[in-house]
Design a protein around this ligand. Structure first.
Ligand SMILES: Cc1ncc(C[n+]2csc(CCOP(=O)(O)OP(=O)(O)O)c2C)c(N)n1
Ligand SMILES: [Mg+2]
Length: 551
């Protein structure tokens, strides 16, 4: 025993609470926290902007079930980190933002980088606090971590003044709480489980929607058993994709609009009826649709559409309950119904349209041709990070996921700029898997400098792929600097040259002949590589009945 510093106490508390990853930028007063975190065995990743670091921390929460930490300096650093806290809030992902703060004895004096940080974080976090003393800091760390993962997951904020970080204490005087256990898997009452099955049995046109809440709760085995036992058609939300493999015969993804519009009973499994699902309302949904809603948050029940049966609790536990009930009284939805016929017809029609577009060999290329190449070269266990407007909307339909929690994108908040941070988080958690970071040229620009971060940490498993149409939804081939349209970026910008910063390799692709060889070579490099693919500014999605925009 002896004297320990505030930074040591914080680092040990974080490690005790199961924090494994920290992303951030150091400076006064948080440098010692990063150093002590590394000493405590937490993997620290120094970023180029706290926004990207905060997106990485939130992705860690989703991928691992324990919060990632974003560490930022006081004032502007912490403010940048709010971006990730807000993204975590909207996605319901655990994340812990830690902000340094001015020395507490300078409060109100106009101290260096002084800012109302706890107040600034508050609307986006479940818990925001400044420890009231160094001795009680471990108590606050445990509270913060527990709040991020118990109930509906989300972000927490801890505010640490410089004098607390550098303060010294006798180690024997500090109480370190035990690791807070993973959250209890709460179940639904038996009568609700019975009511859910009974409601499904009365459906003419049932549909299951599997969301990222179910993915977060690691419900993949239970959901697969449920879908295969009941033989119900299902649709995955963007990050619910992969909970069951996307090529599953019961997936009706290509007939999404038809399914949403026609369904008379919908079982939501960890998916919210927010904007991504058009609020569950007409004209995208049947005005009389009946909803069975499984959600971790009681407050979510009944949002936008009244709920017929509420299943409040953990998706994995409750789906297990449904499965046990189905073992007692077996039931499945018939394979030959007019509903299935309508869905299958739509699936076949859409598949034919898309297939044709993927084989269009014209120059400049279109999204579908490029995404086909990526699809065909991606290993089945690749982690797909995908953001942009059309780059993401088309990417979601074209790039299959075969495993749960293997897709990361702009999410419920529609945040551009999450891509590189999420890719780095995924590469940190899965060093043995390929991470394909497929970005619109605009999306890439938000955090493009983090290619250097990925290279610095030897993340050769990441390939950055930019689908470049000269702007936000496309821009002109030439620019007059006196009349730049708001959506335009530099035509044919050579983003791939950023790989030269770290001695990596970049590829500039303009034709279908160059495409596959460049992707293959890039994926085999021993440093992260960048493939910059020019496409037509006029390339678009196939005509949609109702577009599923996700940003
Ligand atoms: C933080 C943030 N800023 C701005 C936007 C608005 N926005 C939506 S999509 C998009 C970029 C689309 O362009 P790109 O990434 O090049 O994809 P494309 O559609 O051109 O393939 C932007 C800026 C946003 N969603 N998030
Ligand atoms: Mg673009």
């Amino acid at each position: 025993m002896g004297q320990v510093s505030g930074a040591q106490i914080i680092a040990r508390s974080l490690k005790d609470q199961g924090v494994e990853y920290m992303f951030g930028i150091v400076g006064i007063p948080v440098i010692p926290i990063a150093i002590e975190a590394q000493r405590a065995g937490i993997k620290y990743y120094g970023f180029r902007n706290e926004q990207a670091a905060s997106y990485a921390a939130a992705a860690i929460g989703y991928l691992t079930g324990r919060p990632g930490v974003c560490l930022g300096v006081s004032g502007p650093g912490m403010i940048h980190g709010i971006a990730g806290a807000a993204n975590a809030w909207s996605n319901c992902w655990p994340m812990l933002l830690i902000g340094g703060a001015n020395d507490s004895y300078q409060n109100g004096q106009g101290a260096f980088q002084e800012a109302p940080q706890v107040e600034a974080a508050r609307p986006f976090v479940k818990y925001a606090a400044r420890p009231d003393s160094l001795a009680r800091a471990p108590f606050f760390v445990e509270q913060a971590v527990r709040q991020t993962i118990y109930g509906r997951p989300g972000a927490a904020y801890l505010d640490l003044p410089g004098d607390m970080i550098t303060g010294m204490m006798e180690e024997s005087e500090i109480v370190f709480p035990n690791r807070c256990p993973d959250p209890p898997r709460t179940q639904a009452p038996d009568e609700s489980v019975a009511a859910a099955i009974a409601a499904l049995k009365t459906a003419q046109r049932p549909l299951v929607i599997v969301g990222k809440g179910a993915a977060y709760s690691r419900a993949e085995e239970e959901v697969r058993e449920f879908i295969e036992t009941t033989q119900l058609p299902y649709l995955a939300t963007p990050m619910g994709k992969g909970l069951l493999p996307d090529n599953h015969p019961l997936s009706i993804a290509p007939a999404r609009s038809t399914a949403l519009q026609g369904a008379d009973v919908i079982l939501l499994m960890g998916a919210r009826l927010n904007w991504i699902l058009h609020f569950g309302q007409p004209p995208r949904f049947d005005p009389k649709v009946r909803i069975i809603q499984m959600d971790i948050s009681a407050e979510e029940i009944g949002t936008n559409v009244p709920t017929e049966v509420a299943l409040v609790g953990d998706a994995r536990a409750i789906t297990g309950q449904l499965n046990r009930r189905l073992q007692e009284e077996p039931w499945s939805y018939p394979a030959e119904t007019t509903w299935w016929t309508a869905l299958r017809k739509k699936i076949d029609e859409n598949a034919a349209t898309v297939e044709e577009m993927t084989h269009d060999e014209s120059v400049p290329m279109g999204y579908y041709r490029v995404l086909r190449a990526i699809r065909d070269l991606a290993p089945n266990d690749a982690i797909i990070q995908n953001e942009g407007a059309s780059t993401m909307d088309i990417g979601r339909t074209m790039l299959p996921n075969f495993l749960p929690r293997h897709r990361l994108d702009a999410g419920s908040f529609g945040t551009m700029g999450v891509g590189l941070g999420q890719a780095i988080a995924a590469a940190a958690v899965h060093p043995d898997k390929h991470v394909l970071c497929i970005e619109g040229d605009s999306a890439f620009g938000f955090s493009g400098m983090e290619v250097e971060t990925a290279a610095r940490y030897g993340m050769k498993n990441i390939t950055f792929i930019i689908i470049n149409n000269n702007g936000i939804g496309g821009g002109p081939d030439t620019l007059d600097p006196t009349r730049v349209p708001p959506s335009a970026y530099t035509p044919s910008a050579h983003y791939e040259k950023m790989a030269e910063i770290y001695g990596g390799k970049g590829y500039f692709v303009t034709t279908p002949e160059e495409l596959e060889p460049a992707l293959k070579e890039a994926m085999a490099q021993d440093k992260p590589s960048i493939v910059n693919i020019m496409i037509s500014a006029r390339s678009q999605r196939k005509p949609q009945q109702f577009a599923w925009l996700t940003r």
